[in-house]
Design a protein around this ligand. Structure first.
Ligand code: NDP
Ligand code: DXP
Ligand code: MN
Length: 373
């Protein structure tokens, strides 16, 4: 039996991982972590007979529930991963708080299925080097990066990586309407059912910006393009030096990349896709004037300090937008202003401590700016 730990077990990726594991033989879930959703976690413990769980938010929780040890507080996720000693950890925490979970997972597991893109965006080569040191495999779960990982197997002569994007919930809105959109409109993603933050990020296309940075580290190239593919049936592409373009084609479901990260190099997960051959394959150029945050991602590509600030500021401004404290377009404004301020800070990054320092500084700057909008 392969032992699996899932961080963010109650989230969109966490729950879909449980769905996948229900259908697989030889895999068992030994533990998981959450921020605070105890009622949902209790049901998961009951069904999967978990051994260790972690709840990050302080509160009144039992020390043990249905034979499962319950750890509580800031460092509880790291401790639960360590005690579970899993073969595979699926890191599906949302946000930069997942970086510490990835670090522990590298130390305690043989493989990571990495959904938490912030770990690579902010941790960059520090994360990849640590994984090398501990001989831990990192298999990307982000759908585009899973696709590219698969397309690159056995290949050397790569010219370019081409990411695809849906365009998000507001892709058909005229620009004039963007100023007054409500969170409920932004949270209606056309193709994917995901957590709130990433769904807003799809609409601003900051998600694609994060994915460009993620691809830069994972696949070691700056030659990355992005196009809109409205139905998300093409999950990404790789262009080779002889002119061949390989595309990864299929139904938009995260269960496939999740299962791939668990079963690689095998494909033992069975998923019957509907007939896709009646549909046209179409791409659209991305309008950088409209999606300014994707333009920003290209401008900062390779500057780790600004990658961290780009992510941290977005986490702050998206939360403010979801709480209706700022408008949708103020997300872009806030990130751009945070980056200008952080650019002036002379901080070198040589350790994870530096990463956390810049993350915190950026959040503080963003909160101060956001408080005055
Ligand atoms: N959803 C998707 O289809 C995709 C997601 N991803 C990436 O996967 C990650 C997870 O996304 P998604 O599943 O959509 O997110 P969700 O918001 O649906 O779930 C987040 C999970 O993380 C937990 N969590 C949140 N904050 C903390 C914290 N500070 N400490 C510990 N646990 C925390 C939540 O616990 P609780 O329930 O208690 O709040 C929940 O279990 C993100 O990095 C995202 O970018 C990438 C590609 C696709
Ligand atoms: C499913 C997945 O991988 C998401 O990251 C997806 O890419 C979001 O959709 P967008 O293409 O709209 O950003
Ligand atoms: Mn993605």
């Amino acid at each position: 039996m392969k032992k699996i730990f899932i961080t963010g077990i109650t989230g969109s990726i966490g729950i879909q991982t449980l769905d996948v594991v229900r259908t697989l033989k030889n895999f068992e879930i030994v533990g998981g972590s959450i921020y605070s959703n105890w009622e949902k976690l209790k049901k998961i413990i009951d069904e999967f007979h978990l051994k260790y769980v972690a709840v990050v938010k302080d509160g009144e929780f039992p020390k043990e529930y249905n034979g499962c040890k319950v750890l509580v507080g800031k460092r509880s996720v790291e401790r639960a991963i360590e005690l579970s000693s899993p073969d595979i950890t699926i890191v599906a925490t949302s946000g930069a708080s997942g970086i510490k979970h990835t670090i522990q997972a590298i130390k305690s597991s043989k493989r990571i299925g990495l959904a938490n893109k912030e770990s690579i965006v902010c941790g960059g080569n520090l994360v990849l080097d640590l994984a090398k040191k501990f001989n831990t495999e990192i298999i990307p779960v982000d759908s585009e990066h899973s696709a590219i990982y698969q397309l690159l197997l056995g290949e050397k002569e790569v010219e370019k990586i081409i990411l695809t994007a849906s365009g998000g919930a507001l892709r058909d809105y005229p620009v004039e309407k963007l100023k007054a959109v409500k969170p409920s409109e932004v949270l209606k993603h056309p193709n994917w059912n995901m957590g709130k933050r990433i769904t807003v990020d799809s609409a601003t296309m900051l998600n694609k910006g994060l994915e460009i940075i993620e691809a830069y580290y994972l696949f070691k190239t700056k030659n990355i393009e992005a196009f809109i593919n409205r139905n998300s049936h093409i999950h990404s592409m790789v262009k080779f030096k002889d002119g061949v373009i390989k595309m990864h084609f299929g139904t938009p479901t995260m269960k496939i990349p999740i299962a791939y990260s668990l079963t690689y190099p095998e494909r033992i997960y069975k998923f019957d896709i509907p007939n896709l051959f009646d549909e046209k394959i179409e791409f659209e150029k991305i309008d950088f004037q409209r999606y300014t945050l994707i333009k920003t991602a290209y401008e900062i590509l390779g500057n780790q300090k600004l990658h961290i600030a780009y992510n941290a500021a977005d986490e702050v401004f998206v939360e403010l937008f979801l709480n209706e404290k700022i408008s949708f377009l103020e997300i872009n404004k806030g990130i751009s202003e945070t980056l200008s301020k952080i650019e002036k800070e002379n901080i070198k990054i040589s350790s994870f401590e530096d990463v956390f320092k810049i993350d915190e500084l950026s959040r503080n700057i963003a909160k101060e700016l956001g408080g005055n909008y």
